[in-house]
Write a protein that binds this ligand. Sequence first.
Ligand code: URA
Length: 239
Amino acid sequence: MKEMRLQKYLAECGVASRRKAEELISQGRVKVNGETVTQMGKKVSQNDVVEVDGKLVKMEKRKVYIALNKPVGYISSVKDQFGRKTVMDLVKDIKERIFPVGRLDYDTSGLLLLTNDGDFAYRLTHPKHEIKKVYEADLLGVPSKDDIMRFKNGLWIDDYFTSPADFEILKSDGKTTKVRITIHEGKNRQVRKMCNKIGCPVIRLKRISIGEVSLGDLKEGSWRNLTEREINSFLDNQK
Ligand code: URA
């Protein structure tokens, strides 16, 4: 937190409006580092101990939860060692230090959540919560009924046996197929690896929902705040 005027600090901490905070100061009810401050213009930072009527005042960190429609060509991390564009370039207008929850590949688009709430991120990414993630993909080739069953029954990728996934064909022109895939885990490049395994590599991959949060008509490169209901849907999901 940068230094700010005491009355602004009190207002941002939710003690009172700025005007009311000024009154509290001039009434001698505010102390900074044990000393009563009655003059306006005093600046404070997070290292200062601020009290009102003897009670400690703390800046509550505002929790931020956002949904971003990530375009292809962005890295899902805060920094990239090779200087490539990251999803942080798309959420520059947010002051809080947010970070992506899980990841989408550089060449995958769609829904990515970002937050500054570590608990929330942990809950979303921990496999025990089995949060449903839905993807739409264009595949090369036409999956057979057997292939679809392999998705539903689980299959080996690397040294890992996947848990049951849903696989629905949306349309096919005989050469390529548009499908909807639902998984409840999040291994590295899992959807791509599963599709390779059935011999139908991914041409294009987009995540359209995570749990109760859907991309809807959010434009590529844009973000929105999650609703209270969306946030709570993850907090209630205590498997
Ligand atoms: N599965 C993938 O293969 N890539 C992603 O980005 C997400 C899921």
